[in-house]
Design a protein around this ligand. Structure first.
Ligand SMILES: C[S@@+](CC[C@H](N)C(=O)[O-])C[C@H]1O[C@@H](n2cnc3c(N)ncnc32)[C@H](O)[C@@H]1O
Length: 254
């Protein structure tokens, strides 16, 4: 028996957004440790006798500390063999996947990583690009809440730039994020909130900075959610110049 840890990104919610490599890892696992943001239907790909352990955080349930999860990874790999650590989105985007790799390596456990589609990418599902030619040259992914629970200084920096700002764990800090943008005269900057993105109950709202707090309250926007701020949000598909539409179609008279 070989002790092994495979970190697998399950994608942002829709179970079909995991990779084929991720599915193959689940199917090969002896033990699966999975998070709250992971769609449980993915566990159907596991072997019948695979051990499945929920390690996420849900209201009224014991939530595992990172130390407990690290211990479960090591104990189960040494005892049962192949542990798959199934995490929401990508394991390396605000997800502590690197720490889990480190602890496994420290115990001489073989490791592998299967990257996932992050919630950072969700806007594309709703026709909002992260970059658009001639509109912006970069995007920043920022956690609104630092590990000390404070507002990240990066929020102020991105608010001054022309980058698209993508804020994770930001719903509780929406007012301060908006203030940071408005302090730089960005009252009319387009902004969207995507809640439960890629799931059947997803909610997407779009407006401008000066109106987003009110709209989010009115629409009762819930976590998990990302906030996307930037000119790309206000862009309409019809505005994009698509040259070939003005050209006669070669096959039109065929
Ligand atoms: C601890 S972070 C984990 C991020 C994850 N590793 C990823 O790559 O998406 C959790 C945050 O991700 C975002 N998130 C995750 N799933 C989401 C979803 N389906 N819709 C909107 N935001 C989501 C929210 O901002 C949430 O607070």
């Amino acid at each position: 028996m070989e002790a092994k840890l495979t970190l697998v990104g399950a994608g942002p919610g829709d179970p079909e957004l995991i990779s084929l490599k991720g599915i193959k890892a689940i199917a090969a696992a002896d033990v699966i440790l999975y998070d709250a943001l992971v769609d449980e239907s993915l566990l159907e790909y596991a072997k019948k006798d695979a051990i499945k352990i929920y390690v996420g955080k849900r209201a009224n349930q014991h939530s595992h500390s990172q130390d407990e999860i690290n211990k479960l990874i090591v104990d189960n790999a040494l005892k049962h063999g192949h542990v798959v650590r199934l995490k929401g989105g990508d394991p390396f985007v605000f997800a502590r996947g690197y720490e889990e790799l480190a602890i496994a390596k420290a115990y001489g456990i073989k490791t592998e990583s299967v990257i996932g589609i992050s919630s950072v990418n969700l806007s594309g599902l709703y026709d909002i690009p992260l970059t658009s030619r001639g509109t912006n040259e970069s995007f920043w992914v920022v956690t609104a809440t630092t590990c000390k629970g404070e507002l990240s200084k990066d929020v102020t920096l991105v608010a001054q730039s022309t980058a698209t700002g993508i804020f994770l764990m930001g719903l509780g800090k929406l007012k301060v994020i908006v203030e940071a943008y408005r302090a730089h005269g960005k009252d009319k900057l387009p902004v969207a909130i995507i809640s439960r993105g890629s799931r059947p109950d997803a909610q997407v709202i779009k407006t401008t900075m000066d109106n987003i707090v009110e709209l989010a309250e009115k629409e009762k926007i819930q976590s998990p959610a990302i906030i996307v701020a930037g000119e790309v949000v206000g862009q309409e598909l019809e505005e994009i110049k698509v040259d070939y539409l003005n050209q006669p179609l070669a096959y039109a008279n065929a």
